[in-house]
Design a protein around this ligand. Structure first.
Ligand code: SAM
Length: 275
């Protein structure tokens, strides 16, 4: 921050954030102070945070898999638990024998329902050169993902699920990461206000049992996956059996992975090598 006028003291920011109900007021105050370029911007940021905007939307970025992912207002904030999906995808892309990425052409990675593009960015950072494609229905998310995926050469499309993807990708996708909305409609009202009020409903609401979008993704996945390719999607622990059944119903071989540490569940569907 420039020294044109003295910044509000850290303690004043902490007090304001605490009064607004921020549990990690001290950490957040430090982040806001380091993100603001001027005292006026700091005041504005503190106001927006105190009004309930997610911290990441206020400072403009989220830490995800060690990367700084740009997050703009109205775009879903990548969650720490989704790092588990990334880890699972990386493990699948690397042969068990060693850490090297498989030789041959660049792996084809699709980040469907990409939001900020955090998942695609993390996969590209971990896997080295990949052919990266991402898509989302929300223009704000698409604009944000274009920023985050530019360095990896990612192409970002706007539209409903697979509809905007190039047809030439059919049968070629090695990793299809789809962190779709999966909150059951009836549980949206139970979410923290930060999500309920400041993230788009379409980023959260997965229909009556939360699996409407995943079922649509699963139904078309075999057409897009390469033989042996994998679809990965986050669910709740409770939803996992029904989600795995949806994957199996579309001809994929399902598996459920769980991290207690991150409180994360990922369903993985693999297209059989011969199908
Ligand atoms: C839970 S957010 C996940 C975002 C991102 N993948 C992440 O992990 O941070 C779900 C995303 O799906 C997008 N979405 C919802 N319905 C969609 C659809 N029919 N087609 C494409 N994207 C959709 C939303 O706009 C939102 O960005």
């Amino acid at each position: 921050m420039s020294a044109a006028s003295p910044p509000p003291a850290l303690s004043a920011v902490v007090t304001r954030l605490r009064a607004a109900g921020c549990v990690f007021a001290e950490d957040e105050a430090r982040l806001l102070i380091s993100a603001a370029r001027t005292p006026a911007e700091l005041t504005d940021m503190v106001d927006r945070r105190a009004a309930g905007l997610p911290l990441e939307q206020v400072i403009g970025w989220a830490d995800f898999c060690g990367l700084r992912i740009a997050v703009t207002p109205g775009v879903f904030v990548p969650r720490r638990r989704t790092e588990f999906l990334v880890r699972q995808a990386i493990a699948l892309a690397r042969p068990a024998a060693g850490p090297a990425v498989q030789a041959g052409p660049r792996p084809v990675v699709v980040d469907l329902c990409c939001g900020s593009g955090a998942v695609g960015a993390a996969l590209a950072a971990a896997l080295g050169p990949v052919e990266l494609h991402a898509a989302d229905i929300d223009p704000a998310a698409v604009a944000c993902a274009r920023r985050n995926l530019a360095a990896a050469g990612g192409r970002v499309y706007q539209g409903d699920l697979y509809e905007p993807l190039p047809v030439a990708l059919q049968g070629r996708v090695g990793l299809l990461a789809a962190n779709v909305p999966y909150i059951p409609t009836g549980e949206i009202s139970l979410l923290p206000a930060e999500a309920r009020l400041h993230e788009p409903r379409a980023a959260l609401d997965g229909g009556p049992d939360g699996l409407d979008v995943l079922r649509r993704v699963a139904a078309a996945a075999p057409r897009w996956l390469a033989p042996g390719g994998h679809l990965l999607s986050e669910t709740s622990e409770r939803q996992a059996p029904a989600a795995a059944a949806a994957l199996a119903g579309s001809g994929l071989v399902p598996r459920v992975a769980r991290s207690e540490e991150l409180s994360a569940t990922v369903v993985i569907g693999t297209r059989p090598a011969r199908s």
